[in-house]
Design a protein around this ligand. Structure first.
Ligand SMILES: C[S@@+](CC[C@H](N)C(=O)[O-])C[C@H]1O[C@@H](n2cnc3c(N)ncnc32)[C@H](O)[C@@H]1O
Length: 317
């Protein structure tokens, strides 16, 4: 999954090691390039530029009058993107912005409608691999999960402060976890002794709540996956941001412009699917991907993260 590069000893502005030890391998890149057609002078928005994996490929097709606008809420990733995009000919604007504000960002840049909007949702490999970010239960680290350091509430705050019912509802709704009540109960019992502060502690509580103690789990998926997913979605308000992006996108695209969204779990994919369908009914979009495009066997083997990726594309009419 990872292409490792040189070690980086510099610190970013917020005191973390910078994230270019791990380079994110973009998913479904050939499908993106085969389906997103635009000219050399186009304006292309990568709403989740990350480490510029897709952006490099997209910018490679733009000439010197073309413009690539990249947004990300993760400052270390933007720094990596900035360095990697130095090699392209087109104009580049990289901004530490949430894509939920894309309409305001474009207005501030004086940009009208654009030719392409790509959103590759979720976290990137460098964020996942940095224990200090608290996204992974396999690496010990603080229970943080904020993609954007400017956010105030961490996963530890939610786990230690929400009422049991709120916690259960959150884990059920955003983790689609059928044992949410049992997990919420176990968290509340455990935090009475001592607040939960690390990813490892939370993963242990989930395993215990599900009566899974040793090796020999049947599923390929770690039992804490859904609980972690739910907390990450809540901390970053991910679905509200996606909902807003989907809502503003039709007005931001030129006629014939393309929107492409790569999602990694069913909640996101459902939102994209319904949004495209509604816009089709309103005669605003033509859907390019009747079924979502998924990774082929080679890509799945090389990049396990691609296994859950679903790409949907629509054209503005
Ligand atoms: C899957 S990665 C994208 C990787 C990128 N396509 C590449 O090839 O390097 C998702 C990125 O989106 C960013 N992100 C997530 N939610 C965001 C939001 N609401 N606004 C802007 N960026 C967001 C994350 O910080 C992460 O860097």
């Amino acid at each position: 999954m990872y292409e490792s590069t040189h070690r980086c000893n510099r610190e970013n502005g917020v005191g973390r090691l910078c994230s270019d030890e791990i380079v994110h391998q973009p998913v479904l890149c050939p499908a993106i390039l085969n389906n997103l057609h635009y000219g050399p002078d186009a304006i292309v928005v990568d709403a989740t530029v990350g480490q510029a994996g897709h952006a490099l490929a997209l910018a490679g097709r733009l000439g010197k009058d073309g413009l690539l606008i990249g947004l990300d809420i993760d400052l270390p990733s933007l720094e990596v993107a900035r360095r990697r995009l130095q090699q392209v000919d087109c104009q580049i604007k990289l901004l530490p912005e949430n894509f939920a504000r894309l309409d305001e960002v474009l207005a501030e840049l004086g940009v009208g409608q654009v030719d392409v909007i790509l959103a590759d949702l979720g976290v990137n490999s460098a964020q996942l691999a940095d224990p200090q970010r608290g996204f992974s239960f396999q690496l010990g680290g603080p229970l943080d999960m904020r993609m954007d350091d400017r956010l105030k509430v961490t996963a530890a705050d939610l786990v230690n402060k929400l009422a049991e019912k709120e916690l259960a509802d959150l884990i059920y709704r955003w983790g689609e976890e059928r044992f949410s009540r049992r997990i919420a109960r176990a968290i509340v019992v455990r935090r009475r002794e001592k607040p939960l502060t690390t990813t490892a502690e939370l993963a242990q509580v989930v395993l215990k709540a599900l009566h899974i103690t040793g090796p020999g789990r049947k599923s390929r998926i770690h039992p804490a996956t859904r609980t972690f997913q739910a907390l990450r979605i809540a901390v970053n308000d991910e679905l509200a941001s996606l909902e807003r992006l989907l809502k503003i996108t039709p007005n931001l695209l030129k006629k014939g412009g393309l929107v492409a969204v790569i999602s990694f779990h069913s909640l996101e994919d459902r939102m994209v699917k319904y949004d495209f369908r509604q816009n089709k009914q309103a005669d605003c979009y033509e859907i390019v991907t009747r079924k979502p495009i998924v990774a082929d066997q080679d890509e799945r083997r090389q990049n396990p993260r691609s296994r859950s990726a679903k790409l949907r594309i629509a054209i503005k009419k």
